[in-house]
Every structure is written in structure tokens, then in C-alpha cells.
Ligand binder design. Structure first.
Ligand code: SF4
Ligand SMILES: [Zn+2]
Length: 333
């Protein structure tokens, strides 16, 4: 009997150990796999954007449209060096230079040319809605506009827009943001020219298989207005008619705060005293997030040779004005 019990005990001991070992091995494997997956994901996220188009016989082709490797017969749109079509299992299909190395303008040139090619064929583009500063209600809705002509990188009023869409005498400037957004200097010049300008972040739609064309024409998510003369016109009028409301410092029950008496939207009301029933707003809780606030004006003091904002003095607000109606919509192009 004792012998039998001893055998059972030894069997159970071995069994428990084996189970533990197996579990540990599994856990280690899982952790490793998870780590590997995470690393791969991180690598993918941090990987530089790949070249999605190659040039063959004057046409830009997607990597899915050509044969694998050097037999794709494509060259780089920027430096005209031969490309290889890479269609491995680990990375998304893309083109790479046959001789290796990096080509600074390959991606940008390819995306510009492809965008031009598509827009020239389609002769239409969806543009996003135009909203005033901090307003949810659009001044103009998103819409599809048509044009007759596309010009690529032509000098225009001291700048070189990536694309210039023309419909008769009306124009829309298009900035194709492939590697970096439009620089500040260019934006200032666009404002001086007074022409509508739209930016398209093509990098986000470049590697969507067969989605580039439709996203470029109909997508709205990656488009934003750099400048819209009608929107700026309305905002300029609001700024001229806005009221500069004084900010008052208040010390109440051991707390400092800033209030704006006479808030036209009655964000808060005095509950007692001689101002009972009158409206006011809390600067930090109401005005800072208010859709009618244009600017908070501060008292400036020179600190170490720099004019530094100190106490808030006024709020530039257009709460007393009616919501601007959209001027009659005339397509900009
Ligand atoms: S900015 Fe808004 S919250 Fe502040 S006073 Fe004007 S309307 Fe009122
Ligand atoms: Zn190149």
C-alpha cells in the first residue's frame, strides 16, 4: 500500500513540474512574440515613407501594376535611376532604387506628378467646408468643384504653387504636402495674393492600395484650407466690429479670478447685489473656450528684453453680433 502511495506521489510531483515548465515556455514564447510584434509595429510606424509609384514610358504606375523586381522596367521620377519593385511578405509593396541609397526628391516628385496626372484627367476635386474661427457651423459646405486647366509648379505672384487649377479667370492654388507642410513665408505670400489655397496631405493616402486616386479627388480628411479670401473677409469684418471688453480681477473667499462683466451671451449671472441679474463671464472657464472670443489682450512688461504677457486686460469678443450668414456661394474655381 505504502509503495503504491509513494509511486502516485512521485508521479504527481513530476506531472506538476512538467506542467509548470510547459506553461513557462509558453509564456516566454508569447512574451517574445508580443515583443517581436510590437517591435515590428514600431519599426513600421517609424519607417520612412516608401515610394509607391515608378515611371515607365512616361506613365506613373503603382507597384501592384508591375512585375516583381528589376523586370518592372520602371525608373525613379526624380533621378531617372532604375527601380526595383519590392513585393515581399514583411513590408508593404513599394519601389526602391536598384543601386540602393536614398533619393531626396523621389517621393515628392512622384506624388506631385501623380496628383497632376489624376487631376488633369478628372478635372474636378472635392474641397472641405469653410468654417470661421472656432465655429462649428460652416460658412460654406464641402463641395465638388470643376476646373478646365491644371498647371504644375509654375511661377505665380512670387511663389511656385505645386498645382494651379484654373476655371476661366478663377484660380485655386493646391499645395501637395508630401514631406513637409507649406512654409510660413509661402503662407504669408498666399494671403497677400488673396487667392484660395488648399493643402493636401498626400503622404497619408499614398500607400493606400488603389485608394490614392479616389481619395485625392473625393476625400476630405486630408485636405485643409491654407487660406480662403471669403472666410478671411468675414473674420476681418468681425474683428473690426468686435468689442474690447475689460477684464476685472476678483478676489473672493481667498481665490483670485478674472471676470468679464457684461457678457452678451450671459454665460453667468450675478445672483445678488446691485448687479443682480446682469451677465458676466469667467475669463478662464468661459471666454477661453468661447466661440465668439477673438483674442485675449494682455498687459505687456519687458522681461529680459522681451515683451512678456502679464495680466489679462481685455477680451476681444463679437458675442453681441449676429452669426454671419454665408455670403452667396460662388465657387472659387
Ligand atoms: S468671449 Fe464669449 S464668454 Fe467672453 S464675454 Fe464674449 S461672449 Fe461672453
Ligand atoms: Zn531617385
Amino acid at each position: 500500500m505504502l509503495l503504491l502511495l509513494g509511486i502516485i506521489f512521485i508521479f504527481l510531483l513530476f506531472h506538476t513540474r512538467n506542467t509548470r515548465n510547459t506553461r513557462n515556455t509558453r509564456n516566454t514564447r508569447n512574451t517574445r512574440n508580443t515583443r517581436n510584434t510590437r517591435n515590428t509595429r514600431n519599426t513600421r510606424n517609424t519607417m520612412p515613407p516608401q515610394l509607391p509609384f515608378g515611371l515607365r514610358d512616361g506613365r506613373l504606375l503603382r507597384v501592384e501594376e508591375v512585375a516583381r523586381g528589376l523586370s518592372c522596367g520602371c525608373v525613379c521620377p526624380a533621378c531617372r535611376e532604375p527601380l526595383v519593385a519590392k513585393k515581399g511578405a514583411r513590408h508593404a509593396p513599394h519601389f526602391a532604387h536598384h543601386r540602393g541609397g536614398s533619393c531626396a526628391h523621389a517621393l515628392e516628385t512622384a506624388l506631385h506628378l501623380r496628383a497632376k496626372e489624376i487631376l488633369e484627367q478628372a478635372r474636378r476635386i472635392a474641397v472641405p467646408q469653410v468654417c470661421l474661427h472656432r465655429q462649428q457651423q460652416p460658412l460654406f459646405p464641402a463641395q465638388l468643384i470643376r476646373f478646365d486647366n491644371v498647371r504644375v509648379e509654375q511661377h505665380f505672384g512670387g511663389i511656385v504653387p505645386d498645382l494651379l487649377l484654373e476655371a476661366g479667370s478663377r484660380r485655386l492654388l493646391l499645395e501637395i504636402a508630401a514631406t513637409h507642410p507649406a512654409p510660413e513665408k509661402k503662407l504669408k505670400r498666399l494671403q497677400q495674393l488673396g487667392l484660395p489655397a488648399l493643402e493636401i496631405d498626400v503622404l497619408h493616402i499614398a500607400n493606400v492600395p488603389s485608394g490614392f486616386d479616389s481619395d485625392l479627388i473625393h476625400g476630405l480628411a486630408h485636405k485643409r484650407w491654407l487660406f480662403h479670401p471669403k472666410k478671411q473677409g468675414v473674420e476681418y469684418r468681425l474683428r473690426r466690429e468686435a468689442a474690447a471688453r475689460p477684464v476685472r480681477h476678483r478676489y473672493f473667499k481667498g481665490r483670485h479670478s478674472f471676470i468679464v462683466p457684461g457678457c452678451p451671451l450671459y454665460k453667468r449671472r450675478w445672483q445678488s447685489g446691485f448687479r443682480k441679474g446682469q451677465g458676466y463671464a469667467s475669463l478662464w472657464q468661459d471666454c477661453l473656450y468661447c466661440s465668439r472670443c477673438l483674442e485675449i489682450i494682455y498687459k505687456l512688461e519687458t522681461v529680459g528684453y522681451r515683451a512678456t504677457p502679464q495680466e489679462p486686460r481685455q477680451v476681444l469678443c463679437w458675442g453681441h453680433l449676429p452669426l454671419p450668414q454665408a455670403p452667396e456661394w460662388v465657387s472659387t474655381v
